[in-house]
Write a protein that binds this ligand. Structure first.
Ligand SMILES: [Zn+2]
Length: 169
């Protein structure tokens, strides 16, 4: 397997499993992916809102510009998605790749969905697809940035660039 895919399931991601945004079972903490769309784009770090799904910056990125495509509906797995949800997730993924290429000159991508907690999904209860842009020589950067929450300012700046780039394509 290519190195980058191994990193998607790397042990350092345990930090994320313990992360502040992880919904706990049987309590009243709201699912973060349900809460994000209720915020403004700036506050929620939303890049684009579609009809059935939206694109958001990941607070715990594997790499700079790491995006998530989330359904608006609180459903867990791909087979539970409607056809229009599946189609839009795919379309938003395509557009995200185009925008990341344009804005950040990404030369490759890791795209993946973790299904079920055993797979390493941090928030297994709510469907989200990862889009991780890649650049040559970035591999050493990923384990470092993956361990800590990125400076909010950096995420805000990236969100703005991607959001304005979105409408230019
Ligand atoms: Zn949810």
């Amino acid at each position: 397997m290519p190195d980058a895919w191994a990193r998607l399931w790397a042990p350092h991601r345990l930090e994320y499993l313990r992360g502040e945004n992880r919904p706990l079972e049987d309590n009243d903490i709201e699912c973060p992916f349900c809460a994000i769309p209720q915020k403004s784009d700036e506050e929620g770090l939303i890049v684009h809102r579609g009809q059935t799904a939206y694109v958001v910056m990941n607070l715990y990125p594997y790499n700079a510009g790491h995006l998530l495509v989330c359904t608006f509906r609180h459903v867990a797995e791909l087979p539970e998605l409607t056809e229009s949800e599946r189609n839009e997730v795919q379309a938003l993924t395509v557009q995200s790749m185009k925008v990341l290429r344009k804005v950040s000159n990404a030369v490759g991508f890791n795209i993946g969905i973790n299904q079920g907690e055993v797979s390493g999904a941090g928030i297994a209860e709510h469907f989200h697809q990862h889009i991780v842009p890649r650049w040559r020589g970035d591999a050493n950067f990923m384990p470092i940035i993956g361990k800590t929450k990125v400076i909010p300012k950096l995420l805000q700046e990236s969100r703005e660039q991607l959001s304005s780039g979105w409408n230019q394509i």
